[in-house]
Write a protein that binds this ligand. Structure first.
Ligand SMILES: NC(=O)c1ccc[n+]([C@@H]2O[C@H](COP(=O)([O-])OP(=O)(O)OC[C@H]3O[C@@H](n4cnc5c(N)ncnc54)[C@H](OP(=O)(O)O)[C@@H]3O)[C@@H](O)[C@H]2O)c1
Length: 324
């Protein structure tokens, strides 16, 4: 089976490329000239140059694959228009190229995000029947991309996954919390609940969504099936790092100026950071959780890694690789 992956130089994409290659797929990765390829070295993987924001670069890249896994995306930027040009327009460009040049594709899998749905709005655990209400530009750009993908579901078989926050080796986002907690300090802005998924479990879900006939045309939330309090997560990280953590309570309204200040600094430095005004829009909401019953029923998705094991393994990886 031949698979094309976009976003393979990134955290999740590199794990997917590795796993598909181990399972005997012929793997090709769409990468940019500027992509850092360190996580892809040592695997039997073909590299193809292309950029999802450049429509013309895609036509020749997508031919002849059984599966296309679209993971390329922007998770942080200091210019909100970039979310729409990469996440929405980039997805439209890719799926148009696939429909035009590879209409026999067995599945086009789009990795969306819980952010495309938004935070919990009522007493129930959100499920796929609920209406999405994203609160950040990142989330809105991912939801628009979902709609673009669904718009082609009568032409090619598609599946959409909305993972909660993903963590594991190579992740640079939750890593920020590991770094702060290692220093013994964790800013805290109130109670909240979060769904998480360890990267290996997400990779299984992605492959299941491509291989299962019944997943065609469907959208799934993906997490490890648990709901964690923010305190639980912080304590688990502290315990994995063997440190005592001091929580500094920040009043929520202070988050907004922090976000703008951080935007300004990152513009001057020319580098996007995880703390930005778009992320703050998400942090103002407490509960980022989802129900994965549909993925369990349709895909036979069985997450194996809860935070006890997953955070320990991730912390060990950061230590071994001298990130911490
Ligand atoms: N991490 C999470 O917690 C999480 C949760 C839910 C959903 N997701 C989604 O999962 C996907 C992967 O996230 P990640 O955490 O692995 O992000 P990441 O490590 O930042 O990787 C992003 C990938 O997208 C590629 N990319 C960006 N713009 C591109 C373009 N114009 N053309 C081609 N490739 C481009 C990057 O390539 P370069 O190396 O060239 O920059 C990189 O390979 C994203 O779509 C994200 O929205 C992530």
């Amino acid at each position: 089976m031949k698979a094309l992956i976009t976003g393979a130089s990134g955290f999740i994409g590199s794990h997917l490329a590795e796993e598909l290659s181990k399972r005997g797929y012929e793997v090709a990765c769409l990468v940019r000239e500027t992509s850092d390829l360190k996580w892809l070295s040592g695997f039997d993987i073909k590299l193809i140059n292309g950029d999802c924001s450049d429509k013309d670069s895609l036509n020749n890249c997508v031919k002849g694959y059984d599966y296309v896994f679209h993971l390329a995306g922007l998770t942080k930027t200091n210019c909100k228009e970039d979310f729409y040009s990469v996440n929405t327009k980039g997805t439209e460009n890719l799926i148009e190229a696939v429909v035009k040049n590879n209409s026999e594709v067995k599945r086009f899998v789009y990795l969306s995000s819980l952010s495309a749905f938004g935070p919990k709005v009522n007493a129930n655990l959100p499920n796929e029947k609920d209406n999405p209400l994203p609160v950040s530009d990142y989330g809105k750009s991912k939801l628009r991309a979902e709609k673009a993908v669904l718009g082609y579901s009568d032409r090619i078989p598609i599946s959409i996954l909305r993972p909660s926050a993903v963590y594991g080796p190579r992740d640079k986002e939750l890593f920020l919390f590991f770094k702060l907690i290692k220093r013994g300090i964790m800013p805290y802005w109130g109670d909240g609940q979060t769904s998480l998924v360890y990267v290996d479990d997400l990779i299984n879900a992605i492959i299941l969504s491509a291989e299962k006939e019944s997943a065609a045309g469907r959208t799934y939330f993906i997490s490890d099936g648990m709901v964690y309090s923010n305190n639980e997560i912080i304590n688990e990280i502290a315990s994995a790092l063997n440190v005592k953590v001091f929580m500094i309570k920040l009043p929520k309204p202070i988050l907004v100026p922090i976000g703008f200040l951080s935007d300004g600094i990152s513009k001057i430095m020319g580098k996007s950071t995880m703390v930005n005004s778009d992320k703050i829009k998400e942090l103002m909401h407490t509960d980022w959780i989802c129900d994965i019953t549909k993925a369990k029923d349709d895909l036979c998705f069985r997450p194996n890694v809860g935070i006890k094991k997953g955070i320990k393994w991730t912390a060990d990886w950061y230590k071994i690789h001298r990130w911490l």
